[in-house]
Design a protein around this ligand. Structure first.
Ligand SMILES: Nc1ncnc2c1ncn2[C@@H]1O[C@H](COP(=O)(O)OP(=O)(O)OP(=O)(O)O)[C@@H](O)[C@H]1O
Length: 269
């Protein structure tokens, strides 16, 4: 029997900042090719989990429990090895990824520079990989030589995803990747992430306060409240049979869930 081992395993993770417990005894796993959405209101601890997986240093933070990827514990890895892993096997996109580019330097120059910090690729290899990703992300090839100020919000976000995906990470961490966008651009970005997962097999860990965004993209859903997991299961089970009043409140906070692949109902909150 072939039992698939999870790519990412988070076990009994607790995170504190001084006397504040931001995450309490959280456990979940994520398989390759799958998307898990962590959903919860502001301050529930979602981003703290992503930052811990990415290994971003934070003053005053302490943790317990474990985070492992491919069976290797991340929290005890020496800093150098951890940094190397985060540049290649784990990538992250933020809410306004387009804004993280310098507006007056070409996209190609900025992405090439960051690739060379991690890999010894030729100009041609970089260009070829970028072309592959532009096709998947439904970006015109002219984007490569564009300046960031020339891009719309949705395009900028897809270029951010392109930059994150260049080195073929196994895991993509996405922190509110659509909340700065209008409804149509949100759907474009979510569909681009879906296409990416189909072609690249990337696992996606999505953090959002918007349960409709989670539904559009995720296979599994974890609802967090005040640092605790209050509900965890397949998207279908959690959304159709929410066990907790808080999950029902999150669902009711959305006037109407969008129809698949359309802007109707609106993802934007
Ligand atoms: N570096 C830090 N130092 C002190 N407290 C922090 C720090 N980072 C987060 N917190 C606190 O931890 C709790 C969880 O924050 P976190 O950002 O993880 O929540 P979140 O669900 O991602 O919220 P948001 O969607 O607003 O980012 C909050 O009370 C927050 O104020």
């Amino acid at each position: 029997m072939n039992i698939m081992k999870p790519l990412l395993d988070v076990t009994h993770l607790s995170i504190s900042y001084g006397s504040l417990t931001a995450v309490n005894d959280l456990s979940f796993s994520l398989n390759a090719d799958s998307t898990l959405a962590i959903v919860g209101e502001s301050g529930s601890g979602k981003s703290s989990v992503l930052r811990a997986i990415l290994g971003l240093p934070e003053r005053g933070r302490s943790w317990q429990g474990d985070i492992s990827m491919d069976g290797q514990s991340l929290l005890t890895l020496p800093p150098g090895k951890r940094r190397a892993l985060c540049g290649s096997a784990i990538a992250m996109i933020f809410q306004d990824a387009g804004a993280s580019f310098c507006p007056v330097r070409r996209i190609s120059a900025q992405i090439s520079e960051s690739i060379r910090a991690h890999a010894n690729w030729t100009k041609q290899q970089i260009r070829q990989r970028a072309e592959e990703l532009m096709a998947v992300l439904d970006l015109p090839q002219t984007v490569w030589d564009a300046y960031p100020f020339e891009l719309s919000g949705g395009m900028g976000q897809r270029v951010g995803i392109l930059a994150a995906m260049m080195l073929r990470p196994k895991l993509l961490l996405a922190d509110e990747p659509t909340s700065a966008l209008d409804v149509l651009s949100q759907i474009c970005v979510l569909d681009a992430l879906k296409a990416l997962q189909r072609t690249e097999g990337t696992a996606i860990l999505l953090v959002t306060h918007n349960i409709a965004v989670a539904r559009h993209l995720a296979d599994a859903l974890l609802v967090m409240r005040r640092g605790e997991c209050i509900e965890y299961g397949t998207c279908e089970t959690v959304l159709q049979h929410p066990q907790q009043a808080y999950t029902r409140e999150l669902l009711h906070a959305i006037p109407q869930l969008p129809l698949e692949g359309t802007a109707e109902g609106g993802l934007l909150q």
